[in-house]
Structures are given as C-alpha cells and as structure tokens.
Design a protein around this ligand. Structure first.
Ligand code: SUD
Ligand code: ADP
Length: 297
C-alpha cells in the first residue's frame, strides 16, 4: 500500500522583513499564495528509510536524512514511538533552491502521507506544529490557498481571495541559499532603522477582490535587493517580463525564481513567450493561484 500527496509551490506576494532577531531569524509579514506547480510525495512501507527523487532538478535534491521529507517522517515516527521505515519518493516539479518552497512542500507532503499511511491520526494543530519545527515555510505548504505568515512566517492566518491570479515563473540557471539572502539583507540594512514588518492593507484588499491590477500595484519583496545583489543578472529577467506587459515583476521569496503577474491566461502566455525568447532564464512555467495545500490523492 502506498499514499501519495500532492503539494503546491508558493509565491510571496508581500515579503516584509524586520530586523534580525537574537535567534538569527527575522520577523516577517509574509503573504503567501499557493500556485499550481506541484511536487508529489509517495510513501510506501519499506525495510528502512529510503528516499528517491525524479524530475528535472532531481540531482540537486539531497537523498539522505537532511531531506525535509525524511526529517518529516522521522519527526512524526519519533512522536509515535515507531520506526520511520518508509520509502519516500518525490516526483519533483518545483524548482530546487528557487524561492518557491519546494523542500517545504516535500516536508509537508511527507508528513501528511506518513500520517495517512501509519494511521497516526495527528490533529491539524499537531501537524502544523510539526511543520513549524521543520521550517518557517512548511506550515503554509500544508494549508495552501492564501495566508499571512507572521513570526518567522510560521504563524498563519488564512486570507480571503476573490479570484484566480495568473503567474509566469522564470527559473534561473542556479539556486540561491535562503540563509545567504537573509545575511545579505542584514548587510544591506546596516546603519538603517528597520521598521516592524506589517501586511499591506491595499494588498490584502486586492487579494480579497481578486483584482490583478491592484495586486500588481501592491506587491513587494524586501529580500529582492539582497537577491539582486547576489544575482545581478536577475534584473535582466525582471526587465524582460516587464517589457512583455507583465503587470508586476518580482523575485519570488529569497529567489532566484522571478515571478510575473499577468491580467489573464492569454496575457500570461505572451509574457512566457517573451521570457523564453529573451534568453535571460533557464526555463519558464505558467501557474495560477490560489490552489489547495497538501492533498492526499
Ligand atoms: C524566504 C522564504 C519566504 O517565504 O522562503 P524561500 O524564498 O526560501 O522559499 C522563507 O522565509 C524561508 O523559509 P524556510 O526556507 O522554511 O526557512 P527556514 O528553514 O525556517 O530557515 C532557513 C534560514 O533562513 C533564515 N530565515 C528564515 C526565515 C525567517 N523568518 N528568518 C530568517 O532569517 C535563517 O537564516 C534560517 O536559518
Ligand atoms: N525535499 C527537498 N527538496 C529540495 N531541496 C531540499 C529538500 N530537502 C532539503 N533540501 C535542501 O534545501 C535547499 C533549499 O531548497 P528549496 O526548498 O527547494 O528552496 P527554497 O528554500 O529557496 O524554496 C536545497 O538546496 C536542498 O539542499
């Protein structure tokens, strides 16, 4: 018997970053939107814990116990006093180290899949607490939709959305390390007063209305200058998307994936074609959101 869970990627439509905390994390106002690009995590009983991964970026995914999916299985089994003896297979379509929470998706997916396979019957709040232990973005991968994350991003409030938003994502030729981007944020912020991170009222209203133009006017990412500082060529990708009529162009989370908001599916196709022709990125994908979080298939 196997259990397969499908988990979406995310884009941060607002990422407001506060000053570094004593524990090294940063307080955030992190507005997540789940988009229709998915990893699938399948768990099957096995002699011992084993991980395999397939997909375009599979060679960049660690297959040992540092994999977030393995950590999720170990954490849940530990709570129940059982051995995490499963084969975890990840069918990976979310870019690795791309700022789209691919590893987090696999962590949330493995947790839900193992809970289902083992019949451990964890409550939603127990699953969310385990997710938060695995990483700041992992709780959102479980819940999906649209949500505001505060604290280090793990304390979620679901957000209303009044429609579907159409996005184009440009994958970069290499990854960016999330801790390195936060460190660069700190370096660039030296000597400057960092305001408390707060969610934008205009942005939340735009999401609630399903108004793409208003959302485009309100999106922001405080990590974008840091990502551009470490990966200056991303400016060319952003410019190519803007030139093709994207309503908004921004770095997704810590990057280096760039995200382009389009008015509708047709406009998204035009932006995608222009990005492909620009030669400024490795691959281009279209995805709409919000979509549901981790789902047992
Ligand atoms: C930046 C964001 C935006 O959604 O995502 P990505 O762009 O990486 O996908 C997240 O905050 C990433 O969340 P996640 O990838 O789960 O990070 P974690 O494993 O919790 O932390 C990795 C490292 O990132 C930094 N970090 C993360 C979250 C946070 N609020 N403050 C931080 O300073 C810390 O250096 C930490 O050691
Ligand atoms: N299941 C996983 N999938 C991808 N990366 C993983 C996974 N587990 C651990 N990692 C590690 O996490 C790093 C960040 O990956 P990822 O979550 O894809 O990016 P991001 O944090 O930018 O959204 C990778 O470089 C990899 O070393």
């Amino acid at each position: 018997m196997s259990v397969t869970v499908r988990v979406p990627a995310k884009v941060n439509v607002q990422l407001a970053v506060g000053a570094a905390r004593p524990d090294g994390f940063h307080d955030l106002a992190n507005v997540f939107l789940a988009v229709g690009l998915y990893d699938e995590v399948t768990v099957t009983p096995a002699e011992e814990l084993r991980i395999t991964c397939a997909g375009p970026d599979a060679d960049q995914v660690p297959l040992d116990r540092t994999n977030l999916a393995a950590r999720a299985a170990i954490a849940l089994a530990g709570r129940r006093g059982i051995e995490p003896h499963v084969h975890i297979h990840i069918a990976k379509d979310i870019p690795v180290a791309g700022g789209m929470a691919g590893g987090s998706a696999d962590g949330a997916g493995a947790l839900l899949a193992c809970d289902t396979l083992w019949g451990t019957g964890a409550s939603r709040s127990e699953l969310l607490a385990l997710c938060a232990e695995l990483g700041s973005d992992v709780p959102f991968s479980l819940v999906g939709g649209a949500a505001l994350g505060v604290g280090r991003g793990e304390q979620l409030t679901a957000l209303e959305t009044g429609g579907t938003f159409h996005w184009v994502f440009a994958m970069a030729g290499r990854g960016l390390s999330t801790p390195a981007v936060f460190r660069e944020f700190d370096r660039l912020a030296q000597g400057r007063e960092i305001p408390e991170p707060v969610a934008s009222a205009e942005l939340l209203a735009a999401l609630a209305k399903g108004d793409a133009d208003a959302l485009a006017a309100a999106v922001s990412n405080d990590l974008q200058p840091a990502a551009l500082s470490l990966f200056p060529e991303l400016a060319d990708t952003l410019e190519a998307g803007r030139g093709a009529g994207a309503l908004a162009a921004l770095v997704s989370g810590s990057g280096p994936t760039t995200a382009f908001l389009a008015r509708d599916a047709e406009a998204a196709e035009k932006v995608a074609a222009a990005l492909r022709a620009s030669g400024t990125c490795r691959a281009v994908r279209l995805a709409a959101g919000p979509v549901a979080g981790a789902t047992v298939l």
